[in-house]
Design a protein around this ligand. Structure first.
Ligand code: ADP
Length: 170
């Protein structure tokens, strides 16, 4: 059954068909969740990422998960907050969720765990980002009633989990 749920903790420890990395345009690793995913997956992940030649903001690319419990990593590049207009920021963040879900479906995947894209170093306010994440995920499920997809939103800490809970119930 398709559903949206909240999970809390380190995404690199989580099992799913795919976890979603908040990557940067180079796809060659960085800090935050990106660094944690590369560290846990091992050097083969970086080697595969090198073959992808980067990723534009709002787009998504897929690799294997290597040493991760997750089978695949979907790398998406969130907007740097206030780098674009507010409308454009929101559109790009929604595109991250939309394109990651489309890519998961295209690869016949049925469970996906999102990190909270753009809410770390990229500075997107957590409440606004959560609104976009849940709205885009809900719309995606409504648009694909015949496809089974379990969508999880990963909160790294309690504060984000509380924001997610509020958003899911709104
Ligand atoms: P961005 O550059 O897109 O802002 P960050 O990695 O800086 O990406 O942060 C994105 C979110 O990932 C933040 O909410 C941060 O708390 C969270 N995060 C950092 N490390 C992990 C991890 N190991 N597992 C899950 N979430 C994480």
């Amino acid at each position: 059954m398709s559903e949206i749920e909240i999970v809390q903790g380190d995404i690199t420890k989580m099992k799913a068909d795919a976890i979603v990395n908040a990557a940067n345009k180079s796809l060659l690793g960085g800090g935050g969740v990106d660094g944690a995913i590369h560290a846990a997956a091992g050097p083969q992940l970086l080697a595969e990422c090198r073959t992808l030649h980067g990723c534009d903001t709002g787009e998504a690319k897929i690799t294997k998960g290597y040493n991760l419990p997750a089978k695949h990593v979907i790398h998406t590049v969130g907007p740097i907050y206030r780098f674009h207009s507010p409308e454009e920021d929101a559109k790009l963040l929604a595109a991250c969720y939309q394109n990651s879900l489309d890519l998961a479906k295209k690869n016949n995947l049925h469970s996906i765990i999102f990190s909270s894209i753009s809410t770390g170093v990229y500075g997107y306010p957590a409440e606004d980002a959560a609104k976009i994440a849940f709205a885009t995920a809900k719309n995606w499920l409504a648009d694909h009633p015949d496809y089974e997809m379990k969508i999880s939103m990963c909160a790294f800490d309690q504060r984000m989990a509380d924001i997610f809970k509020k958003e899911m119930n709104s």
